[in-house]
Design a protein. Structure first.
Lengths: 131, 131
DNA sequence: TAACAAAATTAGTCAAGACTAAAAATGTTG
DNA sequence: CAACATTTTTAGTCTTGACTAATTTTGTTA
């Protein structure tokens, strides 16, 4: 059973739920909003969508949990983020900018490009910086 | 006098006007629509915005022209596209996918990241394609 | 525990950017 | 040159995803 592709926006929300749960054990609406620089009602609406998709659960007026499937999808997104950030840092981009740009790239790159970047990171890891 | 930052969508339209003018001498609404996989009314509305911004001109019911400023901005966007496409190809991505992914990346990457990619391309480029 | 503070939700608005349908203008051709 | 085809434009709808304002629920504390 496959889920429809998430919008960039929903991917961001889902990823942030995962990150906050890893960091704090719980993902609260207020913290999701602050982390993504949006207001709480925007988070509430996004959570409604993610619930419909079976990716998160939430008791009324409490923190957001991930379903098993939600955790799986969130982990994929987060891994993409980590890969891309590391890649940009290897190119010499500062950490803050690498993080920000990875955040955009993670939603748009094709599987093929992601695969090539992964290869690049493996092969070229330490020093062999040449063609 | 600086223009406000264009939306990703308007950047795409402006770039395509430039590309079609380079290829055909003229950028027609119909061709812009086909090239971007949208319908003609979407192009018409985008052109209204670009006219407001002083980037294109258009006689009623005819092709779209670039202003001097429009040409300048379009060239910057197109150069980003060419840089990124070449970069992805160097990573081993197929040309079609490189083109598609470059198209997304060109609107979102920071100046810093673009600069580092440029450096990377210079250092690693075979002598045959150096200026 | 009553009152206040904080967090979450609901309701409704707005803008961007796509679409369809239909009208207007331009081009083509028998 | 009249009829038809193509292109452009206009008008209006829809979806996404933000927002504010106001309400409801939960948490805190005097």
């Amino acid at each position: 059973m496959e889920h429809a592709k998430l919008s960039q926006s929903l991917e961001d929300y889902l990823e942030m739920v995962h990150i906050l749960r890893l960091a704090n054990g719980v993902a609260r609406v207020k913290d999701i909003a602050a982390a993504l620089s949006v207001k709480m009602p925007s988070v509430a609406k996004a959570m409604i969508e993610l619930k419909k998709l079976g990716l998160v659960t939430q008791e009324p007026y409490s923190g957001v949990e991930l379903t098993e499937e939600g955790e799986r999808v969130a982990a994929i997104i987060l891994n993409r983020h980590i890969l891309l950030k590391g890649f940009l840092i290897k190119l010499g981009v500062s950490e803050a900018i690498a993080d920000k740009d990875a955040c955009c790239m993670e939603h748009i790159l094709s599987a093929e490009t992601l695969g090539k970047i992964e290869e690049f990171m493996k092969v070229k890891a330490p020093k062999s910086i040449r063609k």
